[in-house]
Design a protein around this ligand. Structure first.
Ligand SMILES: Cc1ncc(COP(=O)(O)O)c(C=O)c1O
Length: 342
């Protein structure tokens, strides 16, 4: 397999750290793969995908990046930051949920989207549904608008999760394993690897990388995005594209999607969820995010507690970033913190 061209953006290798308190609680060695530290303003897992996507954009002489996501999308914000550092313009198509107040003070990723983007467009949810509930129509319309300005657009799909984006994590596995072997003496690789499963580029990329390195590590993608047909569809579409483009089969025997941790819905966190993140922050000095890593981490802990014998001795959790997303929950955090202090 020929590896596509890449530009170097992320601060690599990212460290792996042992979580002592969680390890004690679960009776296992639990490690955190600190991909929240890839840089570019907490751009997390997105940066690894963008190294391949933006290499492609530059190779094609594109000068205007177009991408999409929800108001607190880490992906759109990371894309905007990176695009600006490369001297490119960037359009962000933002899809609010029904009832979202677009006039509220922008915070977290949305605030940065507005700062970094050349053009930020709010999509209508009804229109989105009319267009088959995919972003394709809107991305293409924006590309037409940009072309009419005499510029050359490059479209990056939701979450940066296309075949090129997958190479970010396919490539990262080798790096992770080298770091692991230096840290955990006598161990070839983690027994299990957990990650959040959203638009699926991270999960499918990890599958590709684990397979290529012939590792026995079992991969678990915790669904955080919505009802189970959604991630299953994302993974199968992406696998199909990988197969068609590169003729490789990314699916490993040892990978599975785990459901049951979306809670009340995508990007909705309960007070109990926030308490969990606060507790982790206070015991490990690590902040998760309420949308992706928080739910996935809770999923990992619950799964291991339910069935400890199924999870070997050493488990690695991918911290894929998302820290700015916490600011969108500031009021809820305040309420929970007040109750905790009384
Ligand atoms: C912080 C964070 N973690 C995990 C994910 C999930 O990654 P993917 O979309 O590749 O499944 C995302 C994005 O969707 C994210 O922003």
């Amino acid at each position: 397999m020929e590896i596509p061209k890449r530009i170097f953006l992320a601060r690599l290798p990212t460290p792996i750290q042992k979580l002592n308190s969680v390890s004690r609680r679960l009776g296992k060695e639990i490690y955190l793969w600190r991909d929240d530290l890839t840089g570019f303003m907490d751009s997390g897992n997105k940066l690894r995908k963008l190294e391949f996507l933006l290499a492609d954009a530059l190779q094609k002489n594109c000068d205007w990046i177009i991408t999409c996501g929800g108001p607190q999308s880490n992906h759109t914000r990371a894309t905007a930051v990176v695009a600006r550092q490369l001297g490119l313009d960037v359009s962000i198509l933002t899809l609010p949920k029904p009832g979202y107040d677009q006039d509220q003070t922008a915070t977290g990723n949305l605030m940065f989207n507005q700062i970094f983007a050349t053009h930020q467009v709010w999509l209508s949810y009804e229109e989105f549904q009319k267009r088959g509930s995919t972003y394709d129509f809107f991305l293409n319309a924006e590309a037409d608008r940009v072309r009419a300005l005499g510029r050359k657009p490059y479209i990056i799909p939701l979450g940066g999760s296309n075949v090129l984006g997958c190479f970010g994590y396919a490539n990262a596995v080798n790096e992770m394993v080298n770091t692991w072997r230096e840290l955990v003496s006598g161990s070839n690789a983690p027994d299990h690897l957990f990650c959040a499963l959203g638009s699926a580029g991270t999960y499918v990329g990890l599958q590709m990388g684990l397979e290529e390195q012939r590792l026995t590590t079992e991969l678990h993608g915790i669904n955080v995005i919505g009802p189970m047909p959604i991630p299953v569809q994302y993974v199968s579409n992406l696998r199909q594209s990988v197969l068609e483009t590169y003729g490789i089969e990314p699916h490993t025997q040892q990978s599975q999607m785990i459901d049951g941790y979306v809670g009340a819905g995508y990007s909705i966190a309960s007070d109990e969820d926030l308490k969990f993140y606060i507790n982790l922050a206070r015991t490990e000095g690590v902040m998760l995010d309420p949308c992706y890593t928080g739910k996935a981490f809770q999923g990992m802990v619950t799964e291991v507690e339910k069935n400890p014998s199924a999870y070997g001795k050493r488990i690695l959790f991918l911290h894929s970033g998302g820290g700015f997303g916490n600011f969108a929950y500031a009021e809820q955090y305040q309420q929970v913190l007040k109750r905790l202090s009384t």
